[in-house]
Structure formats: structure tokens, C-alpha cells
Write a protein that binds this ligand. Structure first.
Ligand SMILES: [Ca+2]
Length: 342
């Protein structure tokens, strides 16, 4: 699933870890990829709802927030903060980081957490209206290292954790799984969810990731000719009434026209994390070659680099936005047992 939630996602909580020492300069570390325009964000395009090139060296706290240490996903404690960097060609971008050294493993899940990941979320949600496009230019710093999941995804939740109505989520994901990217038949991953019930008190085990085809479907997407994960690629989700389409470098890779199409206002997020092994983890994404560091000196940092994000109304009409709302903190998440993907 997703980014969030095929997972032991603990409490949701927001920190305000923005700002701080954000350094520009340094080297990007990406490889040469397809030639995707570096600065095509048409901020004045009709219908633009959100445009950010991440060029300023810090995160705009009015538009973004960083999720804190009350959130974890599989092997990964969240709460890391993004940094900012610049390539020799002048491209400036946000680095959404996964550190292999977790300074405080003993405080979480009986030491099952080993990595320090990052999740950055937009502060506003966008109503679907006549359709909304979410597009971002991204790359992986180390796609040759298996075991990681990195994503741009759209997310919203409603209801009450353990209450009535229960907590439900809507979500659409463009995900990069470095394990299958290094396989003989490489693929990226897409997910869709509508009114999916997370595991919570009063809901048994919640909705299943494998047995609720009316609510969710995750699919591998064989990589397209122009895709090179170490170079820049554009990822787009077009969300309309009755359909969701996923694109990479303007090539359509999936269309879903089912009842799974979300209908709640969605916000955009970026994250990177390390997957756990089955049975509670995600077999397709896990790799035991991704090693946690046992000292700060041995830390390795991997990143999802984000050059820009552009969200726009597809028909140019005004769209409704609303603040992102988070439920009360949760203390248990969705079990992954049985999750096999497709
Ligand atoms: Ca940029």
C-alpha cells in the first residue's frame, strides 16, 4: 500500500520542524537521466492551486509541514527533516531523507524500528471539482540500494479513530520500490484507496489490503522506456470524478475508473522509508541488503529528491481548498499480514 499504511502506522502527529539550518550548495548525486525540463513549473497557469520549486533553501511553513516522531512505517521511524541542495547545473531541490542510523531505537516497537525517515505534507487539501492534476519532478539518490519505498502521494482521512464513524482514508500513490527497481523485471507501483478502514479499536482488523477490491488496489507498473530512477522524472496523477490516471514522463501507465476513485479532498505528501520483511512487512519492497547503522558515524543517507510540485485544476476553474485535518493520535496501525500486492 501506500506509503502510509500498509504499515504499522503509529500516531499521526505534526511537528513544526521547519526551517532550521538548511544548506544550499553541495552536490546532488543523481545520475544522468532522461531530459525532463528542469524548471517547467507554470506558476501562472490557469487553475494553479499549488506550485513550489523548492528553490529557496527552506520549506514554506504556510504550505508544508513535516510529520514528527509519532509516525512510523515498518522499519522506519519518521521525524527526520528535509534538506535542500543544488546540482552543478543549477537545479535546486528538496531532499526527503532516509537515514540508516536511528538515534533512539529503544523507544519504539521493541527495537523493530531501525531507520529515520521523512514525510513532508502539504497543509491544504484540494477538492476534486472537475478534476485536479498533481505533478512532481523527482529522482532517487541511490536507486541501486534495495529495500526502500519513496513516494509522491495524495492523502486524506476522516472519521474518528476507534469511534463512530471509524477512521477512513482516501489515497492515491505513485511509489518507487527500490527492490523491484533492481529486479530483472523492474516496476514502479501505484495504489488507490477510497474510504478504506484502518485497523483500529472496534473495527476488527480493519479493511484488508488484499480482500477489498472495491476499496483498494495496488498494482506494479512495468517501467517505461524513458524512466531512469537515478535521473529526474515527472510523476503525475490526474484525479477526476470517476477516474484516476497515473503518468510518468507524460506517458500514461494506469487508469482506474472503479468505485475506488477517491471523493474526499486530498492533500499531497512526499516520503521515504524502509520496508519490513513479511509476514508483517511488504515482501515486494523489503530487502535484507538494506542495513541499519549502529552508530552515527556509520550513518548512510538516502533521499527522494524533489525538484518541484505543481497542482492545478484540470479545467482551469477555481477549486476549493481546505486545511489538512488530522485525527487524534493513534497507537496502533494496520497490520500487514497477508499483504502480497498484486
Ligand atoms: Ca527546484
Amino acid at each position: 500500500m501506500s506509503s502510509l499504511h500498509k504499515s504499522v502506522r503509529k500516531a499521526l502527529g505534526f511537528s513544526t520542524l521547519l526551517g532550521g539550518a538548511l544548506l544550499l550548495g553541495g552536490c546532488g548525486g543523481g545520475g544522468s537521466g532522461p531530459s525532463v525540463p528542469a524548471t517547467p513549473v507554470p506558476t501562472t497557469a490557469p487553475g494553479t492551486l499549488l506550485a513550489d520549486e523548492f528553490n529557496s533553501g527552506s520549506l514554506d511553513g504556510k504550505r508544508w509541514t513535516v510529520l514528527g516522531s509519532t509516525l512510523n512505517i515498518q522499519r522506519t521511524q519518521m521525524g527526520n527533516t528535509p534538506s535542500f541542495a543544488q546540482d552543478s547545473d543549477g537545479t535546486r531541490y528538496m531532499r526527503v531523507k532516509l537515514d540508516s542510523y536511528l538515534p533512539t531505537p529503544s523507544v519504539r516497537d521493541g527495537n523493530s524500528l531501525e531507520f529515520l525517515g521523512t514525510e513532508v505534507g502539504g497543509t491544504m487539501r484540494f477538492a476534486r471539482g472537475n478534476g485536479v492534476s498533481f505533478e512532481s519532478r523527482m529522482r532517487l539518490s541511490a536507486p541501486n540500494q534495495a529495500g526502500m519505498v519513496a513516494a509522491m502521494f495524495l492523502y486524506s482521512e476522516k472519521g474518528i479513530y476507534g469511534g463512530t464513524p471509524p477512521l477512513l482514508l482516501d489515497e492515491i500513490d505513485h511509489e518507487l520500490l527500490t527492490t523491484p527497481l533492481n529486479s530483472g523485471s523492474p516496476y514502479t507501483w501505484t495504489n488507490i484507496y477510497n474510504d478504506f478502514i484502518l485497523h483500529q479499536p472496534g473495527q476488527g482488523s480493519g479493511d484488508s489490503y488484499v480482500n477489498n477490491p472495491t476499496k483498494t488496489e495496488g498494482l506494479p507498473e512495468p517501467i517505461i522506456a524513458t524512466f531512469n530512477p537515478s535521473g529526474w522524472n515527472t510523476y503525475r496523477i490526474e484525479w477526476k470524478a470517476g477516474s484516476v490516471q497515473w503518468f510518468i514522463n507524460d506517458t500514461l501507465i494506469r487508469t482506474d475508473t472503479s468505485a475506488r476513485v477517491p471523493d474526499d479532498a486530498l492533500g499531497v505528501r512526499f516520503n521515504i522509508w524502509a520496508a519490513s520483511a513479511p509476514p508483517t512487512g511488504w515482501a515486494a519492497a523489503f530487502s535484507d541488503t538494506l542495513k541499519a547503522a549502529t552508530s552515527a558515524a556509520d550513518n548512510k543517507t538516502y533521499s527522494l529528491d524533489v525538484d518541484w510540485i505543481h497542482v492545478k485544476s484540470l479545467d482551469g476553474s477555481a477549486a476549493t481548498t481546505s486545511p489538512l485535518v488530522f485525527s487524534a493520535p493513534r497507537t496502533s496501525g494496520a497490520p500487514m499480514a497477508g499483504y502480497k500486492g498484486k
